[in-house]
Design a protein around this ligand. Structure first.
Ligand code: PMP
Ligand code: GLN
Length: 381
């Protein structure tokens, strides 16, 4: 039976495409963003314990109360932000879902949403499926900073939302205090909502402070802020995250959430509520992942690729236009098939497939994995 597509321009996500190709060709997968090292044994043991003790039925619709309380304590300590765990936090099945739910809560047909490209690949389809219009602004190549003058020009009475993401996927760019100032001056006196994707909040390097929207009470008043436990605890397959907003906006958010997912995995929430007390687990994450970035960057010096420095996330981008004219998609496929290393072509993060001849590499891997990948890449001329 023919059904009209709600997303006629959308194919299969590049992460699945490249991971499947990596499996098919037995390539080292530096494409899709996930760690290949073990997560905490202690956290695994806590999940087992929760299951043994009988935490196997539905959790509260908004998330396990104790986990929300502990998250509120964490947010207070880290960002000096006072959040009511009863009304302002909802546990979600991952960051992607948290973002989708925020967009679905807010957007009406005809609304405009400002999106910076390259953009994480779920954003634009999430906007379009809600009948709204993405207004695209390219980050400035090669530092991928936000062109605020262009944002000012593109804001109008239809602008309903601005989406930000720091640390940024795919580029590893991070927002500064000045960026927050610019954002503040643009949204002041408007009905614009901010969607802040902060799934990489702890994966930030070089002593830079994460500019969470949670630091700024006046901005939080108009924001949904989305997080992922998968990124913080090396368990992307758990698909658990959360969203923080105002009481009023969260009330509407939960109306959508309760009839889509209702509640999330109970034993993992029980385990996280305990494990989250271990501050070192997330406070040392930035330096741990930074070491990986530095190790990877050093290895990459033996290849013809040129580094576009990352300051956060799991990723670093590299340009190659100086040695071949191939499209980034073609090169990513060739590297997977012929050199045994999978990457992500950055054009996949642009609606019109802008090709700056840049590939994204995930360095959140064991050193031996990175060494194996680069030992293949050095043969590229
Ligand atoms: N936003 C960005 C920028 C991401 O890179 C990811 C990565 N997966 C997500 C959101 C979604 O996180 P999750 O896996 O928890 O859905
Ligand atoms: N966030 C990860 C990435 O950017 C993967 C997410 C996914 O596969 N949907 O690679």
């Amino acid at each position: 039976m023919h059904i009209p597509s709600k997303l006629p321009d959308v194919g299969t996500t590049i992460f699945t495409v490249m991971s499947s190709l990596a499996v098919e060709h037995h390539a080292v997968n530096l494409g899709q963003g996930f760690p290949d090292f073990m997560m905490s044994e202690e956290l695994i043991a806590l999940v087992n314990e929760a299951m043994q003790k009988g935490s196997n039925q539905y959790a509260h619709m908004s998330g396990l109360p104790l986990l929300r309380e502990r998250l509120a304590e964490k947010v207070q300590k880290l960002y000096q932000s006072k959040i009511d765990p009863e009304t302002q936090i909802t546990i979600t099945p991952g960051g992607t879902y948290a973002i989708y739910t925020a967009l679905t809560t807010i957007l009406q047909p005809g609304d405009e949403v400002i999106v910076f490209e390259p953009a994480y690949d779920s954003y634009i389809p999430n906007i379009e499926i809600n009948g709204a219009k993405p207004v695209l602004i390219s980050l400035q190549y090669p530092d991928y900073s936000i062109p605020w003058d262009e944002v000012k020009m593109k804001v109008n009475e239809r602008t309903r939302m601005i989406m930000i993401n720091s640390p940024h996927n795919p580029t590893g760019a991070v927002l500064s205090e000045n960026d927050i100032e610019q954002l503040r001056s643009i949204v002041a006196g408007t009905k614009i909502i901010i969607l802040s994707d902060e799934v990489y909040e702890h994966l930030i390097f070089d002593g830079i402070q994460h500019q969470s929207i949670l630091r700024y009470p006046d901005l939080l008043e108009r924001s949904f802020v989305c997080f992922s436990f998968g990124k913080t605890y090396h368990c992307t397959g758990w698909k658990l995250g959360y969203c923080i907003s105002t009481t009023a906006m969260m009330k509407e958010y939960r109306k959508v959430h309760q009839f889509n997912c209702f509640s999330c995995d109970t034993p993992k929430q029980v385990a996280l509520a305990e494990y989250i007390k271990n501050e070192a687990a997330y406070l040392t994450l930035g330096s741990f992942i930074q070491q990986k970035r530095d190790f990877f960057r050093e290895l990459m010096k033996a290849t013809p690729f040129q580094c576009i420095p990352s300051h956060g996330s799991y990723f670093e981008c590299y340009s190659y236009g100086h040695f071949t004219n191939e499209s980034d998609k073609a090169l990513a496929i060739q590297l997977t098939k012929e050199y045994g290393i999978a990457t992500i072509p950055v054009s996949a993060f642009y609606k019109n497939a802008t090709d700056n001849k840049v590939l994204r590499f995930c360095f959140a891997k064991k050193e031996e994995t990175l060494e194996k990948a680069i030992s293949k890449l050095v043969h590229l001329k």
